[in-house]
Design a protein around this ligand. Sequence first.
Ligand SMILES: Cc1ncc(COP(=O)(O)O)c(C=O)c1O
Length: 428
Amino acid sequence: MTRPCILTEIPGPKSRSLARRLRRAESPNITFVSQEFPIFWESASGMFVTDADGNTFLDMTAAFGVSAAGHSNPRVVEAVCKQAARLMHGMGDIHPPTVKVELAEKLAALSPGNLSHVIFGSSGAEAVEAALKTAMLYTGRPGVLAFEGGYHGLTYGALQTTHREDFKAPFCPQLGRFTVHAPYEASFHDLSLIEQAIAQADPPIGAVLVEPIQGRGGILVPPEGWFTALKDLCACRNILLIADEIFTGFGRTGRWFASETPPDIICLGKAMTGGFPISACIAPEEIMSAWGESQGEAVHTSTFIGNPLGCAAALAALSEIEDRNLVARSEQAGCYFKARLEALQLSHPAIREVRGRGLMLGMELRPEKEGGCRASRLMIEALRRGLIVLPAGPNDQVLELVPPLIISGEEIDFAVESLGDCLQAVGL
Ligand SMILES: Cc1ncc(COP(=O)(O)O)c(C=O)c1O
């Protein structure tokens, strides 16, 4: 295995200089800049990222869960280069690029159950909004039930369904009022909490939007059977169940999709292309037909809908996941990783819990007053040791471990040892 290689202080002088330049040219709330953060990525390959100062890091984030088949996967790069030379942009909903047809067919073949008809988008949030619109048209009921801790994106429609108050508070006067939130973890053993929220909702609920495993909420895994019971509960009330698999989709959890039974609509993004902004909302023909036949002017479209570079990238990324058995690999590597983290927990009581499925793992730390520390403290320590990790969860208590699905056993060993060193460095 290539090992991370740290040559400078972190961040190095070039990253610091780039941060100063960015401060002068970018809205100040976008990129977090401090004495200890960020490093500027210059290149990446497989599991490794090289920054502007020549430091090399092992990536335990897959860059927000995107680079499932590894960074700059050669097959994806080749497909994008070939496509760029042929056709970089088409007229998505007017004169579509040929690869859009291929990708729509491929997604229909891969999707669970009878999910067969796609609406493409450019971001996860757009896929969620396409799903909300589809459900509204099909059921005629505008209300949406989403979950506490849920994250579905930050554009205005999706933002309403996202739970975190800090994302929403400044914009409340411009947000609609169609979403109610039910408890997520508490409902794992008490579905009546969801039934009550549906019964009391105004406007009436037409769709339930759920992450089959909550990612940014802190890697929360419902017990076996919960998702199926939720689907049944929805079916009895003619409510559509929308699974937001933008994070969990395409092998992340050791299965192609984390939904244990086919949902009515699925939202996909992130790992679909391994690095190009394209997303998808997929529903059965019967549900998608609620849009009606286009009469020449699409009711829902955008300039880059079904962009050919994105479609080519996705076709290559999905073939790579299939041909290299990355779904099974995610399951196996995830079991090994989890066991190693559980062993680490034995010698570090500051770790409260290790949880997750496949390569979607979370390590929850005890709060400071109980002898733990914030996850972002560990993130900084890890960066200095050549490991890129991110915090998750509402209270900065969970370290999210979602590496590319190609991670090797040695790389897992290195990551776990480094995390042990980080805990020791902060006195835990
Ligand atoms: C489950 C889930 N849904 C939706 C989104 C939003 O995707 P995007 O940031 O591409 O809009 C994310 C992003 O992290 C996510 O994890």
